[in-house]
Design a protein around this ligand. Structure first.
Ligand code: NAI
Ligand code: MG
Length: 350
């Protein structure tokens, strides 16, 4: 029996509803594979912010630094500005733990209708650069309140940063269908994006079996809608990857099904696993959130922790429920509750 120590951060809104679903599935699949999980739960959230004026304690990162992984639901609440909740919790974890890869696989499951015609064969992974790029702290606001008020924000692209994310994307494509699409905008953004293109193209030379196409982000978004099945691995900067992964999730049927992994490939620090969706205040507390994204996220965590067979079993169970039963949550056109869908996945695992 191997035991993994997991830092569990349910967060806000439906984060509180989907993380229990994920841990139930982990427990069930773990029992079959000799894996157990020991959770330390943290209440870091906007709710905590409201009481203590901080999303997490000052020594928060040290408290989770030695866990095997972090499993997070979602953070965000209408009472707290989104940049406060994001920069108070998620971004410090991603950056301090050098989780520079944000992996976001999507596919259209049998039995799920995509809003996009002909999307059935879509099966792709967005590899998003996760610690630099457009989400930088360089810049400022000037002349607040005056007519000449202005805001400046600099993007930061480093050679090391672009090389390592490109390297990850090419390696991943080598284990999949061998295609990398690089999201760019070098026609409009004339310094950072030509640099991104150059470094990605140099990296491609080390992977002769993988093909590389660069696409401008605007055209790429159109192609993701018009012909999503053509893509295998899409690599993008922090902003482009963020936008693309909500788009690809929507094409797959619902943002509620999309998983993500924030990975520190060197394993110097724990990696963090969280569904792509946010806290969904509009449906929070109703018990109808789709737990699929969180459950698939748990499978990504299993894979990262060295249990690819257990991970594949979870993915098979999800696919099985969707393909063979009408059980699905309202975002996928069904009437099942979070708990009912989760129970169906557990039944399929047994
Ligand atoms: P959101 O993902 O929370 O919701 C967008 C829409 O999708 C809503 O209509 C919601 O009901 C629906 N939805 C999302 N997840 C679902 C699920 N599992 N099942 C069924 N329907 C689902 O994004 P939104 O509304 O932009 O943000 C809400 C809050 O979440 C904000 O405070 C935002 O900052 C935060 N947020 C947090 C993220 C995180 O913790 N990683 C990521 C994105 C947003
Ligand atoms: Mg996003």
């Amino acid at each position: 029996m191997v035991t993994h120590r997991i830092a569990l951060i349910p967060g806000d809104g439906i984060g509180q509803e989907v993380t229990p679903a994920a841990s139930r599935v982990l427990e069930a699949v773990g029992a079959r594979h000799g894996i157990s999980f020991s959770y330390d739960e943290f209440d870091w959230s906007c709710a905590r912010y409201a009481e203590q004026d901080a999303m997490m304690p000052a020594d928060g990162l040290d408290r989770i630094r030695h866990h095997d992984a972090v499993l997070l639901g979602a953070v965000g609440d209408p009472s707290v500005p989104d940049h406060v909740s994001l920069w108070g919790l998620l971004i410090p974890i991603r950056r301090s733990f050098r989780q520079y890869v944000n992996l976001r696989p999507v596919k259209v499951f049998d039995g799920v209708e995509s809003p996009v015609r002909g999307a059935g064969a879509m099966d792709l992974v967005v590899v998003r650069e996760n610690v630099e790029g457009e989400y930088s702290e360089v810049g400022g606001r000037f002349g607040r309140g005056f007519a000449e008020e202005m805001a400046v924000q600099e993007s930061v692209f480093t050679r090391a940063g672009v090389e390592r994310i490109a390297d990850y994307a090419f390696r991943l494509a080598g284990r999949r269908r061998g295609h990398v699409t690089s999201a760019t905008k070098s026609n409009g953004i004339v310094h950072t994006m030509p640099f991104w293109d150059e470094v990605v193209a140099e990296k491609a030379l080390s992977f002769p079996d993988v093909t590389l196409h660069s696409e401008h982000i605007d055209a790429l978004c159109a192609k993701v809608v018009l012909d999503p099945a053509r893509f295998d691995v899409i690599v993008g900067s922090n902003l482009f990857g963020d936008i693309l992964s909500d788009l690809t999730a929507a094409v797959a049927g619902s943002i509620g099904i999309a998983p993500s992994a924030n990975i520190n490939p060197e394993r110097d620090f724990p990696s963090m696993f969280e569904p792509v969706h946010g806290s969904a205040p509009d449906i929070a507390g109703k018990g109808v959130a789709n737990p699929l994204g969180a459950i698939w996220t748990a499978a990504l965590m299993l894979d990262h922790l060295g249990h690819p067979d257990a991970a594949a079993e979870v993915e098979r169970a999800i696919a099985d429920v969707l393909a063979t039963t009408p059980i699905r949550t309202p975002d996928l056109g069904g009437t099942a509750s979070t708990g009912e869908f989760t129970s169906a996945v557990l039944d399929s695992l047994r």
